[in-house]
Design a protein around this ligand. Sequence first.
Ligand code: TRP
Length: 453
Amino acid sequence: MTIDTTRVLTGITTSGTPHLGNYAGAIRPAIQSSTQPGVDAFFFLADYHALIKCDEPARIARSRLEIAATWIAAGLDPGHVTFYRQSDIPEIPELCWMLTCVTAKGLMNRAHAYKASVDANAAKAVDPDDGVTMGLFSYPVLMAADILMFNAHRVPVGRDQIQHLEMTRDIAQRFNHLYGGGEALFVLPEVQIDEEVATLPGLDGRKMSKSYHNTIPLFEGGAKALRAAVAQIVTDSRQPGEPKDAEGSHLYTLYRAFAAPDESRSFRAALEQGLGWGEAKQALCERIEAQIGPMRERYADLMAHPEQIEDVLQAGAAKARRIAVPFMARLREAVGLRSPSGAAVGGGRPATADGTRAGRARIVSFRDEDGHFRQRLFGADGAELLLSEPFGDPKRLNGLTRSLVGRDLSGLPTDGDGLVRLEVDGQCWARIPADRLGAVQEALASLSTARVG
Ligand code: TRP
């Protein structure tokens, strides 16, 4: 992983069937941006999130398939991006718990989604928390885990999610402060709101949304369902031959989202010159069909062969876990869930934030039981070579480490216990048995080519 790639990550809650508005507003731009150079894209099916708002197992199961098939049919290249299902990554709920333990309840009290439920309950004069589950209440923490697990730099979402990104940054900062030992364990993600992207009007002119029951289907139901929906788009009563207000019509807005600028201009001119609404709807169907028709066959094929979808998702999960598993081991180490040998329990060997595995020497920083900053040095074989002395100031510790990296360790003093003191200007970084000096020197030398601290 090189420094100049940007990790872009977003999740799609699997509780519905994708409609045309989802396609133009989220799926199409996300796939487009994933092909840009320097973008390392992560797309996932947020199926644990779906459980918060939907308790119909069949709906959840169906939606997972539909959404996965839609993204693949719409041109997502699973070889190029990391495309996975949240529930296939057990490290996400594990991280969610660690984050839950550093998240202030007061922060969650301020979440819009929760407050909306409380307000609705107040209006109905029932208990403020009526119908509020812990899933709904702590949902922003799960979202933070989704994002921080992969240290995403940018998160493209809708405006309604801005607050969740702010909370993610808050939680990440708190965790870094408590456990980072002066080092940022988590990247602070930036929210990305695409102003350019089309927000499609639905059949009644309000924003196209499942909750308004005004959607135009994307693939489900085929070309026939598309035509039937377009026929229901609300227009005014002007007759063929009468000039239409193109700019003010939803039909024109929809058309523009699927047409090149010059096509849109001639469509607009035709409306202003009296094109009938019936014909205009016909033209709109053709435009949409030209773009999504070819994808529909692939969609149908995938839906008929769910095992193909499963293969793609399993490969994606394996790819995602190559990052999540070692990173989780490092986080376990950081919070103190360690085995006696110093290696983190359960998650395998410690590794670095960018997901590189053991295979080269590395330093893991953490805060010990007394709140002091310490480091462990691991050799390329993953064996722990030393535990540093405790430091109150993480910068001092890092500075000391840096000045020892690549240095010749011969001639250092030995203390009363017969341990060699790895020190600079009288400041002791760690004390080690003399027979380990060679291994430590080698590990530190290999670090001089890598990043430290
Ligand atoms: N909460 C998001 C939504 O409703 C979906 C989501 C879950 C998400 N986890 C995420 C989006 C992580 C971005 C990053 O739209």
